[in-house]
Design a protein around this ligand. Structure first.
Ligand code: SAM
Length: 278
């Protein structure tokens, strides 16, 4: 572990504050500060941005973000035990770190942040996916953030960046790729974390597009893709039959073969279909 700032090593912080990892909070900590600084660099230029960090834990990634020059960091942590450790970091970077002891699923962050905003997080799997879907489906586009740099289980990361005709291609890929450019920018083995999880992890960097890649009706796109991938082995003419009696004609109208399966259909075609079905 290399020292990147004047603060104590994370193992010492964890010992001093008795931060034994809790499984129910999905706590797998990154203790290598060179690695957390690298993740911070993958998020892009932070010097002109506020950074929203969800789930800072003992603060490894938080320190990486501050060392890499983030203008300000808002860190939201649910586990009260971590707050004293995070306050020591705040004291070392006066005016640059704000800590909220809260559940990130319950907080309206907009009032704490000044644009431009980048989001960076290493979260438990279930919370991460729920927040990703929320960040991708705001009431208005563009959203409050410029980019999302998020750690996931590798299998979830692969679903976000998946292309047509692959088993990972589905609703998450379509949702992410409709309004963002998502890329896997780093993969990490279980041993990178303490305690080590069972699976590999990956960091996904999503840059927002100013406008959706293709025009679409958002609600209908969600409905069509839920139905199509809900029965992904069926032909579209049968998985979408409940939507409309003339679904075969509508599929043909946008150039989709009614006997095709959901995973063969590109985002452009799903978007076109959502418009003629609205
Ligand atoms: N970012 C730290 C790191 O990389 O070492 C900790 C990562 S650990 C995988 C996930 C963190 O998210 C834990 O500190 C956990 O307490 C916190 N957490 C879990 N659910 C949360 C929620 N709903 N809101 C805010 N923080 C949460």
């Amino acid at each position: 572990m290399g020292m990147i700032d004047g603060l104590p090593p994370l193992r010492e912080v964890i010992r001093a504050h008795d931060l034994v990892a809790k499984r129910q909070l999905g706590q797998n900590f990154l203790l290598d500060l060179n690695l957390t600084a690298k993740i911070a660099r993958l998020a892009g230029d932070l010097s002109t941005c506020d950074v929203l960090e969800v789930g800072p834990g003992p603060g490894g990634l938080t320190r990486g973000l501050l060392v890499e020059g983030a203008r300000r960091v808002l860190a939201i942590e649910k586990d009260q035990r971590c707050i004293a450790a995070l306050e020591e970091i705040a004291a070392a970077y006066p005016g640059r770190l704000t800590i909220l002891n809260a559940d990130a699923l319950q907080v309206d962050v907009s009032k704490y942040l000044t644009p431009p905003v980048r989001v960076v997080a290493n979260l438990p799997y279930n919370v991460g996916t729920e927040l990703l879907v929320r960040w991708l489906t705001p009431a208005n586009w563009p959203p409050f953030w410029q980019s999302l740099t998020l750690m996931f289980q590798k299998e979830v990361a692969e679903r976000i960046v998946a292309k047509t005709r692959t088993e990972n291609y589905g609703r998450l890929a379509l949702l992410a790729q409709w309004r963002c450019d998502p890329r896997i920018v780093m993969t990490l083995p279980p041993e990178a974390f303490t305690p080590a999880p069972k699976v590999h992890s990956a960091v996904v960097h999503l840059t927002r597009l100013d406008q959706p890649r293709y025009p679409a009706n958002e609600a209908m796109l969600a409905r069509v893709t839920t139905m199509a991938f809900g029965q992904r082995r069926k032909m579209l003419r049968s998985s979408l039959k409940a939507l409309r009696p003339d679904i075969e004609a509508k599929l043909r109208e946008v150039g989709i073969d009614p006997t095709a399966r959901a995973e063969e259909i590109g985002l452009d075609k799903f978007c076109a279909l959502s418009l003629i079905l609205q």
